[in-house]
Design a protein around this ligand. Structure first.
Ligand SMILES: [Zn+2]
Length: 220
């Protein structure tokens, strides 16, 4: 199951949520490494549900499958991206793979400088995708904080997180090459450390009394 990954390899959040033009929303503005136009990667494998060229080329991407939220919740996720100058290669119903560069920063709509406005929503795309909030802007339906939706990993360089703490995907611990079992340990004991107890005089069946945990080495 996919963990939605932060959509830029360089995190430089120039405006956090609930301030400025983001009042009453959980929107963040991602500007990446510099003032040029950077690409935005798909946080999860998804389907484009809506494009709104009349404003800021807003694009809604809905996950094709339920994804894992940082708190362990399993549900669909929908994210809205805004301000790309060119979405001519996108269409409703287009499938985008996780980590695929599919959107770009830009200045379309009301912006100062190239960036991507990102809003996360819990669950599938609903209604028109957004509603007018108390700040007078349109916010994604079922809005949820970005750090409650997106993960980071070692491939992402944090320049400015705007004091938002994202949960990190920890690498899986590698399995040992050999199982750590007693038989293997016995084989590892050098011959020099074996203690000779008895030399068998002739071929026969012998009985021996052993205490618990005693080890018996037989050498031929
Ligand atoms: Zn914004």
């Amino acid at each position: 199951m996919e963990k939605p990954i932060y959509p830029s390899k360089y995190m430089r959040i120039t405006q956090g949520y609930n301030i400025g033009s983001h009042i009453d929303s959980y929107a963040i503005d991602e500007a990446s490494i510099d003032s040029s136009i950077s690409t935005i990667n798909a946080p999860f494998t998804g389907i484009i549900k809506k494009i709104y060229p009349q404003d800021a080329n807003e694009v809604w991407l809905e996950s094709t499958e339920p994804v894992e939220y940082p708190d362990g919740t399993i549900d669909y996720m929908t994210i809205m991206f805004a301000h790309s100058n060119d979405v001519s290669d996108l269409f409703v119903g287009k499938r985008i793979n996780q980590n695929e560069p599919f959107y770009t920063e830009g200045t379309k709509g009301q912006t100062t400088g190239n960036h991507c406005h990102i809003e996360c929503g819990k669950g599938k795309f609903t209604g028109t995708g957004w509603y007018k909030n108390n700040g007078g802007s349109f916010s994604i339906n079922n809005k949820k904080k970005p750090e409650e939706c997106l993960w980071i990993d070692d491939s992402i360089t944090i320049i400015d997180s705007a004091n938002i703490n994202f949960k990190k995907i920890e690498k899986d611990i590698e399995e040992p090459l050999q199982p750590d079992n007693p038989e293997k340990q016995e084989q590892d004991i050098p011959v020099d450390n074996k203690k000779l107890i008895f030399i068998c005089p002739k071929k026969d069946l012998y009985g021996i009394y052993l205490e618990a945990q005693d080890k018996l080495y037989l050498e031929r």
